[in-house]
Design a protein around this ligand. Sequence first.
Ligand SMILES: Cc1ncc(COP(=O)(O)O)c(C=O)c1O
Length: 430
Amino acid sequence: MNTDQSVSSFLPKSWYNVIPELDFEIPKPLHPVEDRPATVEEFNWLWSSEALRIEFLQGEYASNPWIDIPQPILEAYSQYRPTQLYRAHALEKYTGTKAEIYLKREDQNPAGSHKLNTALPQAFYAKNDEGVSTLVTDTGAGQWGSALSMASSRFDLATKIFMTRKSYDDKPYRRYMMRMTGAEVYPSPSTLTQIGRDLLKEDPNQPGSLGIGMSEAIELVRSSPDHRLALGCMSYYAVLHQTVIGIETKMQLEALSRRPTHLVGCVGGGSNFAGFIGPFVKEKVTGSKMKFVACEPDNIATLSSGDYRYDWADYGKFTPRISMYTLGHDFQPPKIHSGGLRYHGKTPVLSALVKNKIVETQTVSQPRVFEAGQILLKTEGILPAPESAHAIRVALDIASNANAGDVIVVCLSGNGYLDLKGYADELSLE
Ligand SMILES: Cc1ncc(COP(=O)(O)O)c(C=O)c1O
């Protein structure tokens, strides 16, 4: 355990469970095909028991807004948390803004992004379940896969990862990181599963998507009693664990006597952003003028132009149907370099916050995203992941029209050192 009191005083000891605090209901998950609610018993082969309790809001998760973080997770968190809340003076100067801009530095986490915040508890809880040996998942750019593999090796579990084929080919270094920490990594769609084989038969160059990878992971878990599914973005458990980001941000801003006017983040499945804003939601609902801005690619604009309805979280329709903004479970995302945003849906709690007009959305074109990443590198010496650069782009746009006294806080969800091929392609670097 980190014994430095000045550091650990900002380390959250609990996660924030926002759902019991909302004055509207999040519609319950439905059975994958039958017209009735899904039940816990139908999915206990799929998730670890604690993940299932969180997903179905059972026990303390039904009503308790504060959930104690177990000691082994606190010990793991204390190796890299609290993350820095960084004032981006040079970026402010570059834009000529009247606002203050802060970056919440999840990019400095050991695995490269916020994903470790949920990978650690997911691995810890799975290890506590009798007979579980392996966690299985899908990953886009590989940030989630690297984090899960790292967390699994800490808690002595095996990991199997379906990595979308586009990223598997473009981002070999994340694949090497996963392999170094012990994971088996398959390009998705793969020949390992029926759904993968069917898709490859239709199109041998199928680039994959997070929804397809998730179906392959579920198919493998279904035939392997000692395997369980881990999810880095869509689940409510991922959102819950990511609230360490928002809790710390709140404490750090309070220590600086600042109140945020804008909280800005990128959304793939929605976990980093929902975890970032979660602890501020109550304030907003009770009248604060603070703005929550969710940023997404203009060609995967789920929150901005998708439908709000029940849909499956995966391509193959294996998951419960959940209520969310969606482009359709069979949507084929374009081959953008932000692999972590190539997903058709958004987690139900974030979708409901958008539906209830608590969160607003912005879309960004890819050239403007990469330009923003380059600006951050030139001004602050920070290379954001392409996913996170969506939020930087929008923050720059907000900053250019901001008022004196505005405080713009960006969740910098990950670093882009292993995404340089994407930067090179988009910025035409030799
Ligand atoms: C760096 C980074 N940011 C954001 C995301 C999007 O995921 P989420 O919306 O669940 O935070 C990903 C997903 O892989 C990612 O790797």
